[in-house]
Design a protein around this ligand. Structure first.
Ligand SMILES: Nc1ncnc2c1ncn2[C@@H]1O[C@H](COP(=O)(O)OP(=O)(O)OP(=O)(O)O)[C@@H](O)[C@H]1O
Ligand SMILES: [Mg+2]
Length: 225
């Protein structure tokens, strides 16, 4: 069964002459244990899609269902709970807090979500898997782009969400580093049974995906591999 689905989603921004339809009748489903990749050029609607999938934006039309629950049917507070418990985000800018060490980025999650986070041992295993266990005392400014990105991935996974959404996780990475991140995202899906959904313009990630979709002018289609 799909952990995350979008059903006939339209997104329209603006009104009158400024009205622009960014998503057209988008339907999508992601299963646990799979890496889904959505590729498309700049401006095609990828970030809008991910923002709606993550419940940060309510679509103009259509439904988003997470673990059997529709966002629309819930109050803003219940929606927040669903998002906090089920979804990890890796945003393009990483969103690490500059004045907190890596270890305190996780402690902050504990304050926001008090239970159901990874145990100390599970977190240590995850940091080892990501190759960042030695960075706990460092501040974001002391990390390379690739290290920041892996910390952001760890932080998104720390609350143990069923779904991981990532926006352009390989932006500004060189070839070998793209391979590492592609393998990592696929491994996270396969070994931790997450539904991992990545939007990107980076075709180099395609070989790692279990399912590939193409976004063209706000229309989503499945690419047969
Ligand atoms: N809040 C908004 N108000 C009006 N238009 C918007 C808004 N957000 C996005 N758009 C428009 O929607 C279209 C799709 O934007 P989106 O950010 O989803 O594209 P993208 O595929 O993620 O692009 P990129 O690869 O550059 O990140 C663009 O034309 C953008 O200008
Ligand atoms: Mg984008």
């Amino acid at each position: 069964m799909a952990v995350l689905s979008l059903e006939h989603v339209d997104q329209i921004f603006g009104q009158g002459s400024a009205r622009v339809q960014v998503l057209h009748d988008v339907s999508f489903a992601a299963e646990a244990g799979t890496l889904s990749l959505i590729v498309g050029p700049s401006g095609s609607g990828k970030s809008t899609f991910l923002t709606i999938a993550g419940g940060l934006l309510t679509p103009t039309k259509g439904a988003v269902v997470v673990a059997g629950n529709s966002y629309q049917a819930r109050s803003p507070k219940a929606r927040e709970q669903l998002r906090l418990g089920s979804i990890g985000f890796v945003l393009q800018a990483y969103h690490l807090l500059p004045y907190l060490t890596v270890e305190d980025q996780f402690a902050l999650v504990d304050r926001i979500k008090k239970s159901g986070n990874l145990s100390h041992t599970e977190l240590t295993d995850l940091l080892d898997q990501l190759g960042i266990a030695n960075l706990l005392k460092k501040y974001p400014a002391e990390l390379s782009g690739g290290q920041k990105q892996r910390v952001a991935i760890a932080r998104a996974l720390y609350p143990d969400p069923a779904i991981l959404l990532a926006d352009e996780p390989t932006a500004a990475l060189d070839g070998p580093r793209v391979q590492v991140v592609g393998k990592l995202l696929a491994d996270l899906a396969h070994t931790r049974q997450k539904a991992v959904v990545v939007v990107t313009h980076d075709a180099r990630l395609i070989p790692f995906a279990d399912a590939v979709f193409e976004m063209t002018d706000g229309r989503l289609s499945r690419v047969q591999q």
